[in-house]
Every structure is written in structure tokens, then in C-alpha cells.
Design a protein around this ligand. Structure first.
Ligand code: GLU
Length: 468
């Protein structure tokens, strides 16, 4: 049987980092087993579902590279099918109309509280044969009264729930619309899902869903409930811990490869290996090895992971992400060096792509001001003459590349009988505007001949204009 998994987000917000991890595990399991991965949008809560959220989820999946073979399937397109299954359950006696009013249900609950019983529907309409005049009934599922539901959860192990713990859940509201547990069951069965991999916040729904599946005569899928992600304070990860939306991580300068690698490790391990290529993830990942206990999100570790990927990914893979950031910051790159060259020059010192952009602006556009501290240290009377000598040597180069540039700088030092320590720092400040840049040969080469010479001229003028 073909393995089939799904990711089934409710479009009521962006793609949360916890949802992304569930999606990753589900995707990995399908890909690893040469199976099928489907995306289902659970949008039946029309008040809370929005198109923007759907777009945000699709965008997040795409950014992470979690491609799906089927979908997106929208639950709101399937109301006829849900109505059909509700009718089927009515016809087979597994469901019944309930006419209890809000007041009656409230009274029932209060009575149960008073008797120190767990509040639950007491089944009073189970055997009703006559409708109640003027009342639109809801439909309840006739849950078995005894026996156990056993879940052999692939992550959590065996979970046993006695049916006496469950009550007759509403599967259709009085306006006929289906409720959440019904739609999930119908879809998982119709889609032939073999492995339901989802957050453990749904674990209470699972025995109810299993009972409905059994009533429909279905073969049960496997279940794997993935624990939630905690913040650094041990509480469930939420906005107050910082970024929780996946796209926020893109905006903050993380690479999708690093986020995926971080997420797979958050709650799963293979020895003490930290960095996994996609091939290794597919080879080693086993849903059964996902930890049953929740894990805490650690931003420092994610940053560390991102650094590793910035250092080692092929520059071409980073370039597309970098281009997004440059465009986002409205930096015109058309007259600048190749992004791959900038990446090679800067990759070792950046933690994020946002860092990389801010430390690389001078490759693409002229800067307004010099770093103040470096300015007062480097631009002093006499330095203009040094810069003039270097400029002359550089302007004579026929080839503009790191080797040629390096020998021109060397030749200038020799001509002036100065150590590189006297020439390099003011030259760097003149060309980059900051005392931090890659090697001078690479920096000047990337800045380009025209810009370099113009910037040296500007620095000379700046020094000459300084009060003596
Ligand atoms: N729509 C549910 C959610 O976003 C997931 C349901 C499921 O995976 O079964 O939490």
C-alpha cells in the first residue's frame, strides 16, 4: 500500500514554526517511503479562516521546499461529501438527531458539576423517535458505550481510552454544517491517508475520530502525535517568545535549509549529528524516533545552524535568498558584483543574510558617511598623499582582479617605503566606508575599478578639506 501523509493546517494565521515542523515530519515520512504527501486546508471555520492565511501557508511551504503531490484541497469545497457521510451514519444508526436546547444542555452540565461528574452529553436523545416541533436538530455520533479505544501511536506509544470517557459528539450543527472531527475523518478516509502525523494538541480528538472511522467500516490509519514546541521558559511557544511565523525567519535572514535542519533536530536525533543534508534526512529520519516529550526552541542554536549553512552551502543556493533581501531593502544590484562573489567574500563572518546585506551595501551603492571612529583615526593630514600614490598605481592596472590589485598595493607601499599597516586601513575606509571588510584585494576587486578610484578621490578631497 502506498504511504500517504498529509499536512492539514487551519488557515487562521501564518505558518507557525511548530506547524512547519509537523509538516516537515509528515513530508519526510512520505518522501522517505516513496509515498504521497498532500496538503489539505481546513477552512471550515469561516469566521477565522482567511485567504491571506492560505497564502501565508502556501508561501511558507514553498519557502521551506515542502512540496506536495496533492492539493491544496479545501474543506469548504467538500460540504456535499460531508453531508453524504453524515446521512450514511444516520442511515446506519451510528448517528442521531439531538433536539436538546442550550438551556437543557446547561442544566445537564450544572447537574453533573453538582454530582461531581465529568460534564458530558448524557445521551438523552439517543432513543428519541419523534422530532421536536420547531427545533432544527444537531446530529450526534452514537459513540460506543463500553470497550476501549487503543491507539498505537508511533511517537507516544500505546494510548488506551475507555469509551465511557467519551460522549456523543456533535458531527453536524443545526444548520447542517459538519464539525471538525467529522470533516477530518471523511477527508483522511477519502484521501486514503495511511499515516496521520499531527500535533499532539489533537490527541483528545483521535479516539473520537477512530470511533467514527470504525462506524464507517474503515481500516484505520497509523497515528503519530508530535509534541509541541516550547519557548525558552518552558511554556508553549507563542508570539511573546519572538518570531513564530516561518516567514519571519526568512525576513530575519535565515536560510530555509538551516530552518529545516533546525526543525528536524528539534525533537529528533540521529546520534549526535547536527547537520543533515536533505539526502541524510531522508535516509535517517524515522517517525518512530521522534521524541515523545516536548522540546524547547533555542534561537542561539538556530543562529549557529544558519552560520554553518552560510559557510558551506554552494554560493548559488544562497544567492537567490540574498537577492530577495537585497530587493527587500531596495538595493540596486544591477551595477554591482556577482552575488556569488559577494557571498564567497562575506560568508564566514555573517550570522544571517540580514547581517550579510548590511555589511555588503558598499559593494552595490556609494555610502553617505564614513564610520566615525575610523574616520578620526585614519583620515589625517598626510594620508591624502598616501592615497594618491595608491590611486596612481591602481589606475594603471590593465586587469582589475585581486592579484593585480594586491601587487599594486604592494608596489605603492614599496614606493613610499611604508608598511601595509599604514596604507591598508585608510584605503579600506576610503573604499568601504568602514574598517570591516574582506581582504583589500577582494574588497577593491568587488567594488570595481570606477567606484574604487572615485571613492579614493573623494577620500583625498575629504582629507584635504579637513582643518589643519
Ligand atoms: N487543522 C488542524 C490544525 O491546524 C490539524 C488537524 C489534523 O492534522 O488532523 O491544528
Amino acid at each position: 500500500m502506498t504511504v500517504k501523509t498529509r499536512f492539514a493546517p487551519s488557515p487562521t494565521g501564518y505558518l507557525h514554526i511548530g506547524g512547519a515542523r509537523t509538516a516537515l515530519y509528515s513530508w519526510l515520512h512520505a518522501r522517505k517511503m516513496n509515498g504521497v504527501f498532500a496538503l489539505r486546508i481546513e477552512d471550515t471555520d469561516r469566521e477565522r479562516s482567511t485567504d491571506e492565511s492560505v497564502q501565508a501557508i502556501l508561501e511558507g511551504m514553498e519557502w521551506l521546499g515542502l512540496d506536495y503531490d496533492e492539493g491544496p484541497i479545501f474543506q469548504t469545497h467538500r460540504f456535499d461529501r460531508y453531508a453524504e457521510v453524515i446521512q450514511e451514519l444516520m442511515d446506519s444508526g451510528h448517528a442521531y438527531h439531538c433536539y436538546c436546547s442550550r438551556e437543557e444542555l446547561d442544566a445537564m452540565r450544572e447537574q453533573q458539576w453538582a454530582n461531581k461528574e465529568k460534564p458530558r452529553y448524557n445521551g438523552c436523545c439517543r432513543d428519541r423517535t419523534e422530532p421536536v416541533e420547531g427545533v432544527d436538530p444537531v446530529v450526534r455520533f452514537r459513540n460506543p458505550l463500553d470497550g476501549d479505544v487503543v491507539i498505537n501511536d508511533l511517537v507516544k506509544g500505546e494510548i488506551v481510552i475507555n469509551n465511557r470517557e467519551l460522549d456523543d459528539l456533535i458531527i453536524a450543527r443545526s444548520d447542517g454544517t459538519p464539525t471538525y472531527n467529522l470533516t477530518v475523518v471523511v477527508d483522511d478516509l477519502d484521501m486514503n491517508i495511511t499515516h496521520v502525523i499531527r500535533g499532539d494538541d489533537h490527541i483528545n480528538n483521535t479516539p473520537r475520530q477512530i470511533n467514527i472511522m470504525l462506524a464507517l467500516g474503515a481500516t484505520l490509519p497509523e497515528f503519530a502525535h508530535v509534541p509541541m514546541i516550547l519557548g525558552d521558559d518552558g511554556k508553549r511557544l507563542s508570539k511573546r517568545h519572538g518570531a513564530v511565523g516561518v516567514m519571519q525567519y526568512r525576513d530575519d535572514g535565515f536560510l530555509p535549509e538551516a530552518v529545516l535542519n533546525y526543525l528536524i533536530r528539534l525533537g529528533w536525533a540521529h546520534g549526535d549529528q547536527e547537520i543533515f543534508t536533505l539526502e541524510e534526512m531522508l535516509e535517517f529520519f524515522k517517525i518512530e524516533d521522534v521524541h515523545g516529550a516536548p522540546s524547547a526552541f533555542n534561537t542561539d542554536k538556530l543562529i549557529w545552524m544558519n552560520q554553518q549553512y552560510l559557510k558551506t552551502l554552494p554560493a548559488e543556493n544562497i544567492a537567490a535568498q540574498l537577492q530577495w533581501h537585497l530587493d527587500n531593502q531596495k538595493l540596486d544590484t544591477s551595477n554591482g558584483p556577482a552575488l556569488t562573489d559577494v557571498i564567497e567574500a562575506q560568508r564566514d563572518r555573517a550570522k544571517t543574510l540580514v547581517d550579510l546585506v548590511s555589511s555588503s551595501r558598499y559593494f552595490f551603492e556609494d555610502f553617505e558617511a564614513y564610520d566615525e571612529k575610523a574616520l578620526s583615526k585614519q583620515f589625517k593630514p598626510g594620508v591624502d598623499a598616501i592615497l594618491k600614490t595608491v590611486r596612481d598605481q591602481l589606475s594603471e592596472l590593465s586587469d582589475w582582479n585581486p592579484e593585480a590589485i594586491e601587487s599594486a598595493i604592494k608596489a605603492s607601499c614599496e614606493a613610499m617605503d611604508l608598511k601595509l599597516g599604514k596604507v591598508g586601513p585608510p584605503l579600506r575606509l576610503a573604499v568601504a566606508g568602514t574598517p570591516m571588510s574582506p581582504g583589500l584585494d577582494v574588497t577593491l576587486s568587488l567594488v570595481g575599478r570606477e567606484r574604487t578610484l572615485a571613492r579614493i578621490d573623494k577620500a583625498i578631497a575629504t582629507i584635504e578639506a579637513m582643518p589643519a
